[in-house]
Design a protein around this ligand. Structure first.
Ligand SMILES: [Zn+2]
Length: 467
């Protein structure tokens, strides 16, 4: 056991003075053991200043404790030069001392070579030791390699910059040979990521889909950690399941440009044909999806795109509009249903978010299943929440463009896509009829419209049955 003094200081000049100050009071015994006398400690305590009683110290001490430390005493003091210091006297299996810059300038750890005569280098991420390696050079190599494997540029993905988001430091320490990891070991540790398993207690009306969504996961990810569950399992309130998430040890932010091929969904134009029977529909012209290549600039943290801006769009094949002729009463029925739901508060409690023509219905159409209805509107036209609820997400969401998802409780959710602008943010409560966004054509949309979905217990249903 040795004692190690971990000092937090504010600036380089002060550091020298602390060293002088402590130099007189510290007696080096043996090679690397520092002692601080009880008297001087008492003086320090007397001048205790809470200036540095910050999370930083506490966090640092917890982490180190887990790895190496058997005892910690915290000290803070004000030096005669009127600067504030805080430190830790740590009894541990380490040899050497580490001097760390304070929260005022958290840029880099300042490893003082005079004190830190360790034989190894600790790689720390946000002040937590991730691995111990032989040398700082080896740490640098592994980090560079890791960044490189994550950011392979290609013709489709032009990575312009990549940088670690987390604070990374290298600290000189003394470690036992068996504690030192090889470059390959650390690289595979970084590549595999950190699997965090938590317990989740099933609530009333929970579904796998809801649990997945609330935890930023996919249903299949929830299932993979629970071998006893299948998609059809009945969940009992109070039942405990596992949620396993793999997070990177070090977050990376990328910026670049991507070029992707996208489908241009065809529009549906409905005309009223009074020669047709009530409710009958006849497809006059079969619609056909077009295609386009889209180049966008992006910012991405790990797997999540945080910013996206289309910089070039080229139509490679024009879509063909689907023309549907409808018998007259179909519209009347829809109108009556709509009025009824508004007047009496239908069973669903949902109302139409936007008044406008239905350009595309729910169901199969060429190229796939359309899981909502497209309500025609002009860019910038406001649309409203179909019912009161809580905004689960509001922001960019791939093909949906700017999208809002609202939870209305009882397993009912509604989604609003392709907006030009959003008027709400995630976590916000909204009232039925409140303006939540503005019609646009962001994401996969040929013209301005509102794509509106009704989701019940995790699956989409035909919205026209509910509004
Ligand atoms: Zn749509």
């Amino acid at each position: 056991m040795v004692q190690l003094i971990l000092l937090l200081h504010t600036e380089e000049g002060n550091f020298i003075r602390i060293k002088e100050l402590l130099g007189r009071q510290l007696k080096k015994s043996g090679k690397t053991i520092f002692n601080i006398s009880q008297e001087s400690l008492a003086t320090f305590r007397e001048q205790f200043h809470n200036h540095f009683q910050k999370e930083f110290l506490i966090r640092q001490s917890h982490q180190m404790k887990r790895n190496f430390i058997s005892g910690i005493r915290r000290i803070s003091f004000k030096s005669p030069q009127t600067m504030f210091c805080a430190g830790l006297i740590i009894t541990c299996t380490l040899v050497g001392a580490v001097f760390i810059k304070g929260p005022a300038n958290t840029g880099n750890l300042n490893v003082n070579t005079a004190f830190a005569d360790g034989n190894a280098c600790a790689l720390t991420v946000n002040d937590k030791i991730l691995a111990i390696m032989a040398s700082p050079g080896e740490v640098d190599q592994v980090l560079a390699k890791y960044l490189n494997t994550k950011t392979q540029p290609s013709e489709e993905n032009l990575v312009k910059s990549a940088a670690f988001v987390d604070r990374i430091d290298k600290i000189s320490i003394t470690a036992q040979p068996e504690e030192i990891k090889s470059a390959d070991e650390v690289l595979s540790l970084l590549t595999q990521g950190n699997e965090i398993v938590t317990n989740y207690t099933i609530k009333e009306n929970d579904s796998l889909w809801l649990i997945a969504r609330n935890n930023d996961m996919l249903t299949k990810e929830v299932l993979s950690a629970n071998s006893s569950l299948t998609e059809d399992s009945t969940l009992q309130p109070g039942q405990v399941i596992k949620l396993a998430k793999t997070l990177p040890y070090i977050s990376i932010k990328f910026e670049g440009e991507k070029t992707v091929a996208q489908v241009v969904p065809f529009d549906v134009q409905s005309t009223i044909d009074r020669t047709l029977n009530a409710g009958a529909t006849v497809i006059k012209q079969e619609g056909k999806d077009g295609s386009k290549t889209v180049t966008y600039s992006y910012a991405q943290t790990n797997d999540k795109i945080t910013e996206k801006k289309v910089i070039k769009e080229e139509i490679t094949a024009q879509p063909v509009k689907q023309i549907v002729a409808m018998g007259p009463s179909r519209v009347a029925i829809a109108t009556i249903a709509y009025e009824a739901s508004r007047g009496s508060g239908s069973a669903s409690g949902l109302s139409s978010p936007l008044q406008g023509p239905i350009n595309s219905y729910y169901g199969y159409r060429w190229g796939g299943f359309h899981n909502g209805v497209d309500i025609g509107g002009d860019t910038g036209q406001p649309y409203a929440a179909a019912a009161s609820g809580k905004v689960i997400s509001a922001g960019w969401s791939g093909g949906y463009g700017y999208m809002i998802l609202i939870d209305h409780g009882d397993g009912v959710e509604t989604r609003y896509a392709h907006s030009s602008k959003l008027a709400v943010s995630a976590g916000q409560s909204v009232k039925k009829g409140q303006v939540i966004g503005y019609v646009g054509r962001t994401g996969n949309a040929t013209g301005p419209h509102l794509h509106f979905e009704v989701i019940i217990n995790g699956g989409t249903v035909n919205p026209l049955k509910y509004i």
